[in-house]
Design a protein around this ligand. Sequence first.
Ligand code: COA
Length: 316
Amino acid sequence: MTASGLVFLREIPPEFPDFAHEQAEGIAAIHGAAAAEATLASMPPPGAPLDRTGVWCLGLEKGSRITGMAAAVLIGDVAQIDYLHLCAGWREPRYVALLLEGLLRVLGAGPRAIIHESVQYAPLPLEEAFTGHGFTVTERLLMAAPVEQVTAGAAAGVETEAFSGAHTAAAAALLARTYNGPERRFHPHLFAEGTAQALLERHWEETSRLGLHHLTRVAFDADGSARGLHLAQRLFPNTGHLNQLAVAPECRNQGLGATLVQEGAAAMLEAGLETATLGVTPANPARRLYERIGFEDLCPFWTCVCWRNPPDPAAL
Ligand SMILES: CC(C)(COP(=O)(O)OP(=O)(O)OC[C@H]1O[C@@H](n2cnc3c(N)ncnc32)[C@H](O)[C@@H]1OP(=O)(O)O)[C@@H](O)C(=O)NCCC(=O)NCCS
């Protein structure tokens, strides 16, 4: 099979629901039928427009059929690749590479970094194509725990607050400091302060709209600087997902990291969620922390992180 080429997609193609159903099967196996149903319900139907500002969506076309798609969205000056799908029979590195090359051409030299992060319920052969285009591919493990169990171990005495829009600058400074230190091994370019601010504003906008900003916990020093935080979101009707757990280097090993996760879980319990999930690289010592408070491995998934300076698009 050969692909005839790339096209700009202005709307969700008719082939997309097949992929959505396949994703839903994987989600049902891990998170239950309600989660799968909610995922299907939230997926845009064929014909839904894709031409929001800052989003480019490309399709891989064979005859009049779309056999794959991928989109790029800008968060600050970082481009995030989303909606990366290939139909059955087309899940080969060369087709991933074609979509990737198309997106890189469209993005040009604009973004400071490009990332792709996904839970692959229907596995795609991403690694070869991504590493072949200068990406660092990092395996991450998905861990899960019943929220009730995580909450049960909560330590007394450390104060955390529900995240609010007023916290974005202090939280961005902490993310920039934590994830740009010498020990960083993940998202090396995502957390420049301006980008972290854009990420947190987006997080605030999304979670406050759903009335779920209190799932995200932040701890402050007396002078108003952030000591620790994580970003939590509802992933499925019964599942909350924790991202970017960060504790300032001078505040570590005092139980703050565990408390932030436990208080996030307590807020999840209040919001009616049953399961908490998070992603972690296999070598991160934070795994010990998560295991201690009840998290177990679920399945592997891939995360790709890259470029400070995208190559010259003409050279692709
Ligand atoms: C992971 C992190 C939030 C833990 O914060 P903390 O306040 O020190 O956590 P706690 O005091 O509750 O628990 C300490 C545990 O962190 C883990 N840990 C220890 N050193 C660590 C390190 N250099 N990096 C990550 N985790 C570490 C260990 O499990 C440790 O407990 P243990 O040695 O008794 O098993 C903090 O180390 C951090 O911000 N690391 C950098 C960012 C990061 O890797 N975040 C996790 C992304 S999944």
